[in-house]
Write a protein that binds this ligand. Structure first.
Ligand code: F6R
Length: 609
Protein backbone atom coordinates (compact mmCIF):
# COMPACT_ATOMS: atom_id res chain seq x y z
CA UNK A 1 0.00 0.00 0.00
CA UNK A 2 3.01 2.28 -0.22
CA UNK A 3 3.38 4.67 -3.15
CA UNK A 4 6.42 4.59 -5.41
CA UNK A 5 7.55 6.93 -8.19
CA UNK A 6 10.50 7.22 -10.55
CA UNK A 7 11.68 9.54 -13.30
CA UNK A 8 14.39 9.21 -15.93
CA UNK A 9 14.75 11.82 -18.64
CA UNK A 10 16.28 15.21 -19.24
CA UNK A 11 14.32 17.39 -16.79
CA UNK A 12 15.19 17.95 -13.12
CA UNK A 13 13.89 14.82 -11.41
CA UNK A 14 13.34 16.11 -7.86
CA UNK A 15 10.26 18.33 -8.43
CA UNK A 16 8.68 15.57 -10.54
CA UNK A 17 9.30 12.98 -7.81
CA UNK A 18 7.89 15.18 -5.04
CA UNK A 19 4.86 16.03 -7.14
CA UNK A 20 4.29 12.33 -7.91
CA UNK A 21 4.58 11.43 -4.24
CA UNK A 22 2.03 14.14 -3.44
CA UNK A 23 -0.39 12.52 -5.90
CA UNK A 24 0.12 9.17 -4.12
CA UNK A 25 -0.03 10.31 -0.51
CA UNK A 26 -3.56 8.92 -0.23
CA UNK A 27 -1.99 5.43 -0.34
CA UNK A 28 -0.07 5.88 2.89
CA UNK A 29 1.81 8.60 4.64
CA UNK A 30 3.94 7.72 7.62
CA UNK A 31 7.27 8.64 6.04
CA UNK A 32 8.71 9.48 2.65
CA UNK A 33 12.02 9.56 0.82
CA UNK A 34 13.74 10.17 -2.51
CA UNK A 35 17.04 9.17 -4.11
CA UNK A 36 18.74 10.92 -7.03
CA UNK A 37 21.92 10.28 -8.92
CA UNK A 38 23.75 13.62 -8.68
CA UNK A 39 27.15 13.83 -10.40
CA UNK A 40 27.51 10.06 -10.38
CA UNK A 41 26.65 9.72 -6.69
CA UNK A 42 23.52 8.54 -4.93
CA UNK A 43 21.91 11.20 -2.79
CA UNK A 44 19.19 9.97 -0.47
CA UNK A 45 16.84 12.09 1.64
CA UNK A 46 14.23 10.62 3.98
CA UNK A 47 11.90 12.02 6.61
CA UNK A 48 9.32 10.54 8.98
CA UNK A 49 5.80 11.96 8.95
CA UNK A 50 3.81 13.38 6.08
CA UNK A 51 5.34 14.34 2.75
CA UNK A 52 5.47 17.97 3.87
CA UNK A 53 8.33 16.99 6.26
CA UNK A 54 10.39 15.67 3.34
CA UNK A 55 9.56 18.73 1.24
CA UNK A 56 10.76 20.97 4.05
CA UNK A 57 14.01 19.03 4.27
CA UNK A 58 14.53 19.43 0.53
CA UNK A 59 13.60 23.13 0.20
CA UNK A 60 17.13 24.19 -0.67
CA UNK A 61 17.88 21.13 -2.75
CA UNK A 62 14.90 21.86 -4.97
CA UNK A 63 16.86 24.75 -6.46
CA UNK A 64 20.34 23.20 -6.42
CA UNK A 65 19.60 19.65 -7.53
CA UNK A 66 20.42 18.88 -11.18
CA UNK A 67 19.82 15.10 -11.19
CA UNK A 68 17.60 13.90 -14.02
CA UNK A 69 17.13 10.39 -12.68
CA UNK A 70 15.54 9.46 -9.36
CA UNK A 71 13.13 7.35 -7.34
CA UNK A 72 10.78 8.16 -4.47
CA UNK A 73 8.56 6.48 -1.93
CA UNK A 74 5.75 7.31 0.46
CA UNK A 75 5.42 4.65 3.12
CA UNK A 76 2.53 2.90 4.83
CA UNK A 77 4.40 0.82 7.36
CA UNK A 78 4.06 -2.96 7.52
CA UNK A 79 7.46 -3.96 8.95
CA UNK A 80 8.91 -1.63 11.51
CA UNK A 81 7.59 1.58 12.95
CA UNK A 82 7.38 4.83 11.00
CA UNK A 83 10.85 6.40 11.37
CA UNK A 84 13.61 7.88 9.23
CA UNK A 85 15.63 4.66 9.44
CA UNK A 86 12.71 2.60 8.16
CA UNK A 87 11.77 5.07 5.41
CA UNK A 88 12.74 4.16 1.82
CA UNK A 89 14.98 4.29 -0.24
CA UNK A 90 17.24 1.67 1.34
CA UNK A 91 20.82 1.65 0.14
CA UNK A 92 23.82 -0.65 0.00
CA UNK A 93 27.20 -0.11 -1.66
CA UNK A 94 26.23 2.27 -4.47
CA UNK A 95 22.75 0.91 -5.12
CA UNK A 96 19.44 1.85 -3.58
CA UNK A 97 15.83 0.88 -4.02
CA UNK A 98 12.24 1.59 -3.08
CA UNK A 99 9.73 -1.21 -2.58
CA UNK A 100 5.99 -1.71 -2.46
CA UNK A 101 4.84 -5.12 -1.18
CA UNK A 102 5.87 -7.67 1.42
CA UNK A 103 8.95 -9.94 1.32
CA UNK A 104 7.82 -13.09 3.11
CA UNK A 105 11.23 -14.67 3.62
CA UNK A 106 12.99 -11.49 4.74
CA UNK A 107 13.95 -12.90 8.14
CA UNK A 108 15.83 -15.90 6.76
CA UNK A 109 17.54 -13.68 4.15
CA UNK A 110 18.44 -11.16 6.84
CA UNK A 111 20.06 -13.88 8.96
CA UNK A 112 21.98 -15.16 5.94
CA UNK A 113 23.27 -11.67 5.11
CA UNK A 114 24.13 -10.92 8.73
CA UNK A 115 26.23 -14.10 8.84
CA UNK A 116 28.12 -12.68 5.85
CA UNK A 117 28.83 -9.51 7.81
CA UNK A 118 26.11 -7.19 6.49
CA UNK A 119 25.01 -4.62 9.07
CA UNK A 120 21.32 -3.68 8.92
CA UNK A 121 20.17 -0.18 9.76
CA UNK A 122 16.39 -0.63 9.63
CA UNK A 123 13.66 -3.03 10.74
CA UNK A 124 12.15 -3.27 7.26
CA UNK A 125 11.78 -6.30 5.02
CA UNK A 126 12.97 -4.07 2.12
CA UNK A 127 16.52 -3.60 3.36
CA UNK A 128 17.36 -7.26 2.60
CA UNK A 129 16.60 -6.56 -1.06
CA UNK A 130 19.04 -3.62 -1.16
CA UNK A 131 21.86 -5.71 0.33
CA UNK A 132 21.07 -8.68 -1.89
CA UNK A 133 21.14 -6.47 -4.97
CA UNK A 134 24.51 -5.00 -3.98
CA UNK A 135 25.85 -8.52 -3.40
CA UNK A 136 24.58 -9.86 -6.74
CA UNK A 137 25.99 -6.88 -8.65
CA UNK A 138 29.49 -8.06 -7.69
CA UNK A 139 29.11 -11.34 -9.55
CA UNK A 140 26.78 -10.57 -12.47
CA UNK A 141 27.43 -8.87 -15.81
CA UNK A 142 24.76 -6.14 -15.57
CA UNK A 143 22.56 -4.57 -12.88
CA UNK A 144 19.57 -6.11 -14.67
CA UNK A 145 21.07 -9.58 -14.21
CA UNK A 146 21.72 -8.74 -10.57
CA UNK A 147 18.11 -7.64 -10.15
CA UNK A 148 16.92 -10.94 -11.64
CA UNK A 149 19.15 -12.89 -9.26
CA UNK A 150 17.94 -10.81 -6.32
CA UNK A 151 14.28 -11.26 -7.28
CA UNK A 152 14.74 -15.01 -7.63
CA UNK A 153 15.68 -15.16 -3.92
CA UNK A 154 12.51 -13.41 -2.74
CA UNK A 155 9.13 -14.84 -1.79
CA UNK A 156 6.15 -12.52 -1.57
CA UNK A 157 4.95 -9.50 -3.44
CA UNK A 158 7.02 -6.64 -4.73
CA UNK A 159 7.47 -3.75 -7.07
CA UNK A 160 11.04 -2.41 -6.90
CA UNK A 161 12.63 0.63 -8.47
CA UNK A 162 16.42 0.59 -8.13
CA UNK A 163 19.27 2.97 -8.92
CA UNK A 164 22.93 2.08 -9.41
CA UNK A 165 25.29 5.07 -9.24
CA UNK A 166 27.53 3.53 -11.90
CA UNK A 167 24.63 3.84 -14.37
CA UNK A 168 23.44 7.40 -13.72
CA UNK A 169 20.82 7.44 -16.48
CA UNK A 170 19.09 4.13 -15.66
CA UNK A 171 16.23 2.93 -13.47
CA UNK A 172 15.86 -0.80 -12.90
CA UNK A 173 12.44 -2.26 -12.19
CA UNK A 174 11.14 -5.63 -10.94
CA UNK A 175 7.50 -6.56 -10.38
CA UNK A 176 5.53 -9.47 -8.93
CA UNK A 177 2.00 -9.28 -7.48
CA UNK A 178 2.18 -5.51 -6.86
CA UNK A 179 1.27 -2.95 -9.53
CA UNK A 180 3.78 -0.83 -11.38
CA UNK A 181 3.04 1.39 -14.37
CA UNK A 182 5.42 3.11 -16.75
CA UNK A 183 4.37 6.48 -18.18
CA UNK A 184 5.81 7.17 -21.62
CA UNK A 185 6.96 10.72 -22.43
CA UNK A 186 9.15 12.36 -25.11
CA UNK A 187 12.70 11.29 -24.20
CA UNK A 188 11.59 10.49 -20.66
CA UNK A 189 9.80 7.85 -18.60
CA UNK A 190 7.75 8.22 -15.46
CA UNK A 191 7.16 5.23 -13.22
CA UNK A 192 4.59 4.85 -10.47
CA UNK A 193 2.70 2.34 -8.37
CA UNK A 194 -0.54 4.03 -9.34
CA UNK A 195 -1.94 6.01 -12.24
CA UNK A 196 -2.66 9.35 -10.45
CA UNK A 197 1.07 10.07 -10.12
CA UNK A 198 1.49 9.86 -13.90
CA UNK A 199 -1.52 11.87 -15.05
CA UNK A 200 0.04 15.38 -14.81
CA UNK A 201 2.79 14.20 -17.22
CA UNK A 202 1.41 11.62 -19.59
CA UNK A 203 -1.63 9.51 -20.44
CA UNK A 204 0.37 6.93 -22.42
CA UNK A 205 1.27 4.03 -20.18
CA UNK A 206 2.69 0.53 -20.16
CA UNK A 207 1.39 -1.84 -17.49
CA UNK A 208 4.10 -4.22 -16.29
CA UNK A 209 3.12 -7.83 -15.65
CA UNK A 210 4.13 -10.25 -12.91
CA UNK A 211 7.67 -11.51 -13.35
CA UNK A 212 8.70 -8.51 -15.48
CA UNK A 213 12.14 -6.97 -15.09
CA UNK A 214 12.77 -3.65 -16.84
CA UNK A 215 15.57 -1.20 -17.54
CA UNK A 216 14.68 2.39 -18.36
CA UNK A 217 16.86 5.13 -19.80
CA UNK A 218 15.58 8.44 -21.27
CA UNK A 219 15.20 6.87 -24.71
CA UNK A 220 14.57 3.19 -24.08
CA UNK A 221 12.22 0.98 -22.10
CA UNK A 222 13.52 -2.58 -22.17
CA UNK A 223 11.29 -5.24 -20.57
CA UNK A 224 12.02 -8.92 -20.20
CA UNK A 225 10.48 -11.93 -18.49
CA UNK A 226 12.10 -15.33 -18.01
CA UNK A 227 15.07 -14.08 -20.06
CA UNK A 228 12.92 -13.16 -23.09
CA UNK A 229 12.35 -9.57 -24.26
CA UNK A 230 8.70 -8.51 -24.01
CA UNK A 231 6.93 -6.09 -26.33
CA UNK A 232 4.17 -4.30 -24.43
CA UNK A 233 1.40 -2.17 -25.80
CA UNK A 234 1.25 1.51 -24.86
CA UNK A 235 -2.31 2.20 -23.68
CA UNK A 236 -4.09 5.54 -23.27
CA UNK A 237 -5.59 6.43 -19.89
CA UNK A 238 -8.84 8.36 -20.06
CA UNK A 239 -9.55 8.58 -16.28
CA UNK A 240 -9.34 11.85 -14.39
CA UNK A 241 -7.27 11.99 -11.20
CA UNK A 242 -10.06 11.21 -8.72
CA UNK A 243 -11.30 8.28 -10.79
CA UNK A 244 -7.73 7.00 -10.98
CA UNK A 245 -7.34 7.19 -7.18
CA UNK A 246 -10.42 5.05 -6.91
CA UNK A 247 -9.05 2.64 -9.53
CA UNK A 248 -11.93 3.55 -11.82
CA UNK A 249 -14.64 2.91 -9.21
CA UNK A 250 -17.09 5.75 -8.49
CA UNK A 251 -16.45 5.73 -4.69
CA UNK A 252 -13.71 4.74 -2.26
CA UNK A 253 -16.13 2.41 -0.48
CA UNK A 254 -16.71 0.18 -3.50
CA UNK A 255 -12.99 0.31 -4.36
CA UNK A 256 -12.19 -0.80 -0.81
CA UNK A 257 -14.77 -3.60 -0.99
CA UNK A 258 -13.01 -4.81 -4.14
CA UNK A 259 -9.57 -4.36 -2.48
CA UNK A 260 -10.44 -7.25 -0.16
CA UNK A 261 -8.91 -10.01 -2.32
CA UNK A 262 -5.57 -8.23 -2.30
CA UNK A 263 -5.46 -7.04 1.31
CA UNK A 264 -6.56 -10.40 2.68
CA UNK A 265 -3.80 -12.05 0.65
CA UNK A 266 -1.42 -9.52 2.24
CA UNK A 267 -2.77 -10.27 5.71
CA UNK A 268 -1.83 -13.93 5.21
CA UNK A 269 1.61 -13.33 3.70
CA UNK A 270 4.55 -14.79 5.66
CA UNK A 271 2.13 -15.66 8.47
CA UNK A 272 0.84 -18.79 6.80
CA UNK A 273 3.30 -21.30 5.40
CA UNK A 274 1.67 -22.78 2.33
CA UNK A 275 3.69 -26.00 2.40
CA UNK A 276 3.87 -26.86 6.10
CA UNK A 277 0.42 -25.29 6.74
CA UNK A 278 1.72 -23.60 9.88
CA UNK A 279 0.73 -20.22 11.25
CA UNK A 280 3.58 -18.00 12.43
CA UNK A 281 2.60 -14.99 14.56
CA UNK A 282 6.02 -14.58 16.20
CA UNK A 283 5.75 -10.89 15.25
CA UNK A 284 3.34 -10.48 18.20
CA UNK A 285 5.99 -11.74 20.67
CA UNK A 286 3.30 -13.61 22.60
CA UNK A 287 4.95 -16.30 24.75
CA UNK A 288 3.71 -19.82 25.24
CA UNK A 289 3.74 -19.61 29.05
CA UNK A 290 1.70 -16.39 28.98
CA UNK A 291 -0.86 -17.94 26.66
CA UNK A 292 -1.09 -21.14 28.70
CA UNK A 293 -1.71 -19.09 31.84
CA UNK A 294 -4.43 -16.93 30.23
CA UNK A 295 -7.79 -17.23 32.00
CA UNK A 296 -10.01 -14.77 30.17
CA UNK A 297 -9.61 -12.54 27.12
CA UNK A 298 -11.54 -9.27 27.37
CA UNK A 299 -12.25 -7.98 23.87
CA UNK A 300 -12.90 -4.28 23.39
CA UNK A 301 -13.68 -2.13 20.37
CA UNK A 302 -16.21 0.33 18.97
CA UNK A 303 -18.72 0.08 16.13
CA UNK A 304 -17.54 -2.23 13.38
CA UNK A 305 -14.47 -3.17 15.42
CA UNK A 306 -16.82 -4.25 18.24
CA UNK A 307 -18.53 -6.58 15.76
CA UNK A 308 -15.08 -7.97 14.95
CA UNK A 309 -14.64 -8.55 18.70
CA UNK A 310 -17.86 -10.61 18.74
CA UNK A 311 -16.61 -12.79 15.88
CA UNK A 312 -13.19 -13.07 17.55
CA UNK A 313 -14.88 -14.34 20.73
CA UNK A 314 -16.53 -17.18 18.81
CA UNK A 315 -13.28 -18.03 17.03
CA UNK A 316 -11.00 -17.91 20.07
CA UNK A 317 -13.42 -19.85 22.26
CA UNK A 318 -14.03 -22.51 19.67
CA UNK A 319 -10.49 -22.86 18.26
CA UNK A 320 -8.33 -22.06 21.30
CA UNK A 321 -10.76 -22.90 24.12
CA UNK A 322 -10.03 -19.66 26.00
CA UNK A 323 -12.99 -17.90 27.59
CA UNK A 324 -13.72 -14.49 26.06
CA UNK A 325 -15.82 -11.55 27.20
CA UNK A 326 -16.77 -8.76 24.80
CA UNK A 327 -17.34 -5.16 25.81
CA UNK A 328 -18.00 -1.92 24.03
CA UNK A 329 -14.81 -0.01 24.77
CA UNK A 330 -16.89 2.94 25.98
CA UNK A 331 -18.55 0.70 28.59
CA UNK A 332 -15.45 -1.22 29.60
CA UNK A 333 -13.51 1.90 30.46
CA UNK A 334 -15.98 2.89 33.18
CA UNK A 335 -17.29 -0.50 34.35
CA UNK A 336 -16.15 -2.00 37.64
CA UNK A 337 -13.80 -4.68 36.44
CA UNK A 338 -12.49 -7.87 37.95
CA UNK A 339 -9.41 -8.32 35.83
CA UNK A 340 -6.85 -10.94 36.81
CA UNK A 341 -3.12 -10.51 36.12
CA UNK A 342 -3.23 -13.51 33.77
CA UNK A 343 -6.11 -12.09 31.70
CA UNK A 344 -5.60 -10.38 28.36
CA UNK A 345 -7.33 -7.23 27.16
CA UNK A 346 -7.54 -7.48 23.37
CA UNK A 347 -8.42 -4.21 21.62
CA UNK A 348 -9.49 -4.14 17.98
CA UNK A 349 -9.20 -0.87 16.08
CA UNK A 350 -8.67 0.11 12.47
CA UNK A 351 -7.26 3.58 13.16
CA UNK A 352 -5.53 2.75 16.42
CA UNK A 353 -6.66 6.18 17.64
CA UNK A 354 -10.27 5.67 18.82
CA UNK A 355 -10.42 7.43 22.20
CA UNK A 356 -12.66 4.88 23.95
CA UNK A 357 -10.69 1.87 22.68
CA UNK A 358 -7.41 3.47 23.70
CA UNK A 359 -8.79 4.25 27.17
CA UNK A 360 -10.06 0.67 27.55
CA UNK A 361 -6.67 -0.71 26.51
CA UNK A 362 -4.83 1.56 28.93
CA UNK A 363 -7.20 0.62 31.71
CA UNK A 364 -6.63 -3.07 30.99
CA UNK A 365 -2.89 -2.49 30.86
CA UNK A 366 -2.93 -1.34 34.49
CA UNK A 367 -3.78 -4.88 35.55
CA UNK A 368 -2.92 -7.33 32.81
CA UNK A 369 -1.30 -7.94 29.43
CA UNK A 370 -2.71 -6.12 26.39
CA UNK A 371 -2.91 -7.14 22.73
CA UNK A 372 -4.08 -4.99 19.81
CA UNK A 373 -5.39 -5.98 16.40
CA UNK A 374 -4.81 -2.76 14.52
CA UNK A 375 -4.43 -1.42 10.98
CA UNK A 376 -2.24 1.63 11.40
CA UNK A 377 1.40 1.00 12.24
CA UNK A 378 2.68 3.65 14.64
CA UNK A 379 -0.82 4.55 15.90
CA UNK A 380 -1.25 5.16 19.62
CA UNK A 381 -3.05 1.88 20.32
CA UNK A 382 -0.39 -0.10 18.45
CA UNK A 383 2.32 1.63 20.47
CA UNK A 384 0.64 1.26 23.86
CA UNK A 385 -0.30 -2.42 23.53
CA UNK A 386 2.14 -5.06 24.81
CA UNK A 387 1.59 -7.15 21.66
CA UNK A 388 0.27 -6.14 18.23
CA UNK A 389 -1.05 -7.95 15.20
CA UNK A 390 -1.42 -5.63 12.21
CA UNK A 391 -4.29 -6.19 9.82
CA UNK A 392 -2.54 -4.83 6.68
CA UNK A 393 -5.73 -3.50 5.10
CA UNK A 394 -3.87 -0.43 3.83
CA UNK A 395 -5.38 3.06 4.15
CA UNK A 396 -9.17 2.95 4.41
CA UNK A 397 -10.57 6.25 3.18
CA UNK A 398 -14.32 5.66 3.05
CA UNK A 399 -15.87 6.37 6.44
CA UNK A 400 -17.78 3.07 6.41
CA UNK A 401 -15.34 0.33 7.27
CA UNK A 402 -15.20 -2.65 4.90
CA UNK A 403 -11.75 -4.09 4.18
CA UNK A 404 -10.54 -3.13 7.66
CA UNK A 405 -13.35 -5.27 9.13
CA UNK A 406 -12.68 -8.40 7.11
CA UNK A 407 -8.92 -8.17 7.75
CA UNK A 408 -9.74 -7.87 11.47
CA UNK A 409 -11.62 -11.16 11.16
CA UNK A 410 -8.66 -12.75 9.37
CA UNK A 411 -6.33 -11.49 12.14
CA UNK A 412 -8.69 -12.88 14.80
CA UNK A 413 -8.73 -16.27 13.06
CA UNK A 414 -4.93 -16.35 12.80
CA UNK A 415 -4.65 -15.34 16.44
CA UNK A 416 -7.09 -18.06 17.51
CA UNK A 417 -5.00 -20.66 15.66
CA UNK A 418 -1.74 -19.32 17.11
CA UNK A 419 -3.17 -19.32 20.66
CA UNK A 420 -4.40 -22.89 20.23
CA UNK A 421 -0.97 -23.94 18.89
CA UNK A 422 0.74 -22.41 21.92
CA UNK A 423 -1.69 -24.10 24.30
CA UNK A 424 -1.09 -27.36 22.46
CA UNK A 425 -4.81 -27.82 21.90
CA UNK A 426 -5.14 -27.17 18.18
CA UNK A 427 -7.07 -29.88 16.43
CA UNK A 428 -7.18 -30.23 12.67
CA UNK A 429 -4.59 -27.52 12.09
CA UNK A 430 -4.02 -28.52 8.47
CA UNK A 431 -7.73 -28.15 7.65
CA UNK A 432 -7.95 -24.84 9.52
CA UNK A 433 -4.97 -23.38 7.69
CA UNK A 434 -5.76 -24.86 4.29
CA UNK A 435 -9.16 -23.16 4.42
CA UNK A 436 -7.37 -19.80 4.77
CA UNK A 437 -5.42 -20.38 1.62
CA UNK A 438 -8.69 -20.66 -0.31
CA UNK A 439 -10.02 -17.44 1.17
CA UNK A 440 -8.77 -14.87 -1.39
CA UNK A 441 -10.22 -16.97 -4.24
CA UNK A 442 -13.55 -17.34 -2.43
CA UNK A 443 -13.67 -13.56 -1.86
CA UNK A 444 -13.04 -13.04 -5.54
CA UNK A 445 -15.97 -15.34 -6.41
CA UNK A 446 -18.20 -13.56 -3.88
CA UNK A 447 -17.38 -10.18 -5.40
CA UNK A 448 -18.63 -11.50 -8.74
CA UNK A 449 -22.11 -11.34 -7.17
CA UNK A 450 -21.93 -7.55 -7.30
CA UNK A 451 -24.47 -7.29 -10.14
CA UNK A 452 -26.91 -9.59 -8.35
CA UNK A 453 -26.66 -7.52 -5.16
CA UNK A 454 -27.05 -4.29 -7.12
CA UNK A 455 -30.31 -5.60 -8.56
CA UNK A 456 -31.52 -6.59 -5.08
CA UNK A 457 -30.56 -3.16 -3.73
CA UNK A 458 -32.69 -1.54 -6.45
CA UNK A 459 -35.66 -3.68 -5.38
CA UNK A 460 -35.52 -2.75 -1.68
CA UNK A 461 -33.89 0.67 -1.61
CA UNK A 462 -37.03 2.66 -0.79
CA UNK A 463 -37.88 0.76 2.40
CA UNK A 464 -37.42 2.66 5.65
CA UNK A 465 -36.72 -0.34 7.91
CA UNK A 466 -34.69 -3.52 7.36
CA UNK A 467 -34.06 -6.40 9.76
CA UNK A 468 -30.90 -8.55 9.61
CA UNK A 469 -30.91 -11.98 11.29
CA UNK A 470 -28.09 -14.41 12.00
CA UNK A 471 -27.04 -16.99 14.57
CA UNK A 472 -23.67 -18.03 15.96
CA UNK A 473 -20.81 -16.60 13.95
CA UNK A 474 -23.30 -14.92 11.62
CA UNK A 475 -25.00 -12.94 14.39
CA UNK A 476 -22.22 -10.29 14.52
CA UNK A 477 -22.36 -10.16 10.73
CA UNK A 478 -26.10 -9.39 10.93
CA UNK A 479 -25.19 -6.52 13.28
CA UNK A 480 -22.50 -5.34 10.87
CA UNK A 481 -24.86 -5.55 7.87
CA UNK A 482 -27.37 -3.39 9.75
CA UNK A 483 -24.70 -0.89 10.79
CA UNK A 484 -23.43 -0.53 7.21
CA UNK A 485 -26.95 0.15 5.94
CA UNK A 486 -27.73 2.64 8.72
CA UNK A 487 -24.57 4.63 8.45
CA UNK A 488 -24.50 5.26 4.72
CA UNK A 489 -28.18 4.90 3.70
CA UNK A 490 -29.84 6.45 6.78
CA UNK A 491 -32.31 3.56 6.70
CA UNK A 492 -33.29 2.21 10.07
CA UNK A 493 -31.80 -1.29 10.31
CA UNK A 494 -31.47 -3.74 13.16
CA UNK A 495 -29.32 -6.80 13.49
CA UNK A 496 -30.68 -9.48 15.77
CA UNK A 497 -29.81 -13.02 16.85
CA UNK A 498 -32.32 -15.01 14.79
CA UNK A 499 -33.36 -17.12 17.81
CA UNK A 500 -34.31 -14.01 19.79
CA UNK A 501 -36.86 -12.38 17.51
CA UNK A 502 -39.76 -14.33 18.93
CA UNK A 503 -39.04 -12.57 22.24
CA UNK A 504 -40.14 -9.20 20.91
CA UNK A 505 -38.95 -7.93 17.53
CA UNK A 506 -41.20 -10.31 15.60
CA UNK A 507 -43.98 -7.83 16.42
CA UNK A 508 -42.34 -5.51 13.85
CA UNK A 509 -42.76 -8.01 11.02
CA UNK A 510 -45.46 -7.25 8.47
CA UNK A 511 -45.79 -7.86 4.76
CA UNK A 512 -43.66 -4.85 3.91
CA UNK A 513 -40.57 -5.52 6.03
CA UNK A 514 -37.42 -6.68 4.22
CA UNK A 515 -35.56 -9.23 6.36
CA UNK A 516 -32.04 -10.32 5.44
CA UNK A 517 -31.40 -13.80 6.84
CA UNK A 518 -27.88 -15.24 7.00
CA UNK A 519 -28.05 -19.01 6.63
CA UNK A 520 -24.70 -20.75 7.09
CA UNK A 521 -24.55 -24.35 5.87
CA UNK A 522 -23.42 -25.77 9.24
CA UNK A 523 -26.21 -28.27 9.89
CA UNK A 524 -27.47 -27.26 13.27
CA UNK A 525 -27.26 -23.55 12.61
CA UNK A 526 -28.90 -23.98 9.20
CA UNK A 527 -31.88 -25.88 10.61
CA UNK A 528 -32.40 -23.46 13.49
CA UNK A 529 -32.02 -20.38 11.29
CA UNK A 530 -34.34 -21.87 8.68
CA UNK A 531 -37.01 -22.28 11.32
CA UNK A 532 -36.51 -18.62 12.35
CA UNK A 533 -36.75 -17.68 8.68
CA UNK A 534 -40.09 -19.49 8.48
CA UNK A 535 -41.31 -17.62 11.58
CA UNK A 536 -40.85 -14.26 9.85
CA UNK A 537 -41.78 -15.62 6.41
CA UNK A 538 -45.16 -16.84 7.59
CA UNK A 539 -45.86 -13.32 8.87
CA UNK A 540 -45.32 -11.87 5.41
CA UNK A 541 -41.71 -10.64 5.66
CA UNK A 542 -39.94 -10.03 2.34
CA UNK A 543 -36.94 -12.29 2.85
CA UNK A 544 -33.51 -12.04 1.25
CA UNK A 545 -31.57 -15.18 2.18
CA UNK A 546 -27.80 -15.24 2.03
CA UNK A 547 -26.41 -18.73 2.27
CA UNK A 548 -23.45 -20.97 1.54
CA UNK A 549 -25.70 -24.03 1.78
CA UNK A 550 -26.92 -26.07 -1.15
CA UNK A 551 -30.27 -26.77 0.51
CA UNK A 552 -32.06 -24.24 -1.71
CA UNK A 553 -35.25 -26.28 -2.00
CA UNK A 554 -35.91 -25.78 1.69
CA UNK A 555 -35.27 -22.03 1.51
CA UNK A 556 -37.02 -21.19 -1.76
CA UNK A 557 -40.68 -21.37 -0.66
CA UNK A 558 -40.26 -18.56 1.89
CA UNK A 559 -37.96 -16.04 0.21
CA UNK A 560 -37.98 -13.38 -2.50
CA UNK A 561 -34.24 -13.60 -3.13
CA UNK A 562 -31.46 -16.11 -2.47
CA UNK A 563 -27.80 -15.17 -2.74
CA UNK A 564 -25.48 -18.16 -2.81
CA UNK A 565 -21.91 -17.81 -1.60
CA UNK A 566 -18.95 -20.18 -1.94
CA UNK A 567 -18.18 -22.29 1.13
CA UNK A 568 -14.69 -22.88 2.49
CA UNK A 569 -15.07 -23.42 6.24
CA UNK A 570 -17.57 -22.59 8.98
CA UNK A 571 -15.09 -20.31 10.72
CA UNK A 572 -14.47 -18.28 7.57
CA UNK A 573 -18.14 -18.00 6.55
CA UNK A 574 -18.55 -14.66 8.41
CA UNK A 575 -15.90 -13.07 6.18
CA UNK A 576 -17.69 -14.12 3.00
CA UNK A 577 -21.14 -13.24 4.42
CA UNK A 578 -19.92 -9.68 5.13
CA UNK A 579 -19.28 -8.94 1.48
CA UNK A 580 -22.84 -9.06 0.05
CA UNK A 581 -23.97 -6.94 3.01
CA UNK A 582 -21.28 -4.35 2.29
CA UNK A 583 -22.32 -4.34 -1.38
CA UNK A 584 -26.01 -4.09 -0.45
CA UNK A 585 -25.45 -1.04 1.77
CA UNK A 586 -23.25 0.54 -0.88
CA UNK A 587 -25.71 0.11 -3.75
CA UNK A 588 -28.72 1.24 -1.70
CA UNK A 589 -26.91 4.44 -0.64
CA UNK A 590 -25.53 5.10 -4.08
CA UNK A 591 -28.89 4.54 -5.80
CA UNK A 592 -30.56 6.80 -3.25
CA UNK A 593 -28.13 9.57 -4.24
CA UNK A 594 -26.31 9.76 -0.90
CA UNK A 595 -22.71 10.70 -0.17
CA UNK A 596 -21.42 7.15 0.22
CA UNK A 597 -17.87 7.95 1.33
CA UNK A 598 -18.73 10.80 3.68
CA UNK A 599 -22.02 10.00 5.43
CA UNK A 600 -23.57 12.75 7.49
CA UNK A 601 -22.58 13.17 11.16
CA UNK A 602 -19.77 10.61 10.99
CA UNK A 603 -15.99 10.85 11.24
CA UNK A 604 -13.52 8.21 10.15
CA UNK A 605 -11.63 8.22 13.40
CA UNK A 606 -13.38 9.13 16.66
CA UNK A 607 -10.62 10.56 18.80
CA UNK A 608 -12.93 12.16 21.35
CA UNK A 609 -15.17 10.52 23.91
C1 F6R B 1 -18.29 1.81 10.88
C2 F6R B 1 -17.04 2.29 11.41
C3 F6R B 1 -16.94 2.59 12.86
C4 F6R B 1 -15.56 2.20 13.41
C5 F6R B 1 -15.40 2.67 14.86
C6 F6R B 1 -14.08 2.22 15.44
O1 F6R B 1 -18.21 1.54 9.51
O2 F6R B 1 -16.07 2.44 10.70
O3 F6R B 1 -17.96 1.98 13.58
O4 F6R B 1 -15.44 0.81 13.33
O5 F6R B 1 -15.49 4.05 14.91
O6 F6R B 1 -13.01 2.73 14.73
P1 F6R B 1 -11.59 2.08 14.84
O7 F6R B 1 -11.65 0.71 14.27
O8 F6R B 1 -10.70 3.00 14.06
O9 F6R B 1 -11.23 2.03 16.29
Amino acid sequence: MCGIVGYVGTKKALPILLDGLGQLEYRGYDSAGVALVEDGQLEISRAPGRLSALKKLLTEKLTTSTGTNGIGHTRWATHGKPSEANAHPHASEGVCLVHNGIIENHLELRRELEREGVVFTSETDTEVAAHLLAKEIKTTATPLDALKQMASRLRGSYAFLALDERFPDRIFVAKTATPIIIGVGEGEFFIASDIPALLPYTRSVIMLEDGDIAELSPTRCYIERDGVEQKREVVQITWDRTTAEKRGFPHYMIKEIFDQVEVISDALRERVDMSSLEVDLSETHLKEDQVKATRTIHLVGCGTAWHACLVAKYLIESIAGIQCVVDHASEFRYRSLTLHKDDIVLAISQSGETADTLAALLRGGEQCRTVAICNVVGSTISRKADHVLFTRAGPEISVASTKAFTTQLVAAYLLAIALAEMKGTLEQRREAVRALLNLPGAIDSTLKLNDVIERIAERYRTHRHVLFLGRGLCYPIALEGALKLKEISYIHAEGYPAGEIKHGPIALVDDNLPVVVLLPRQNELFDKTLSNLREVGSRGARIIAITDSERHDEIAPYVEEVVTLPFISHHLTPILMSIPLQLFAYHVAQKNGLDVDLPRNLAKSVTVE
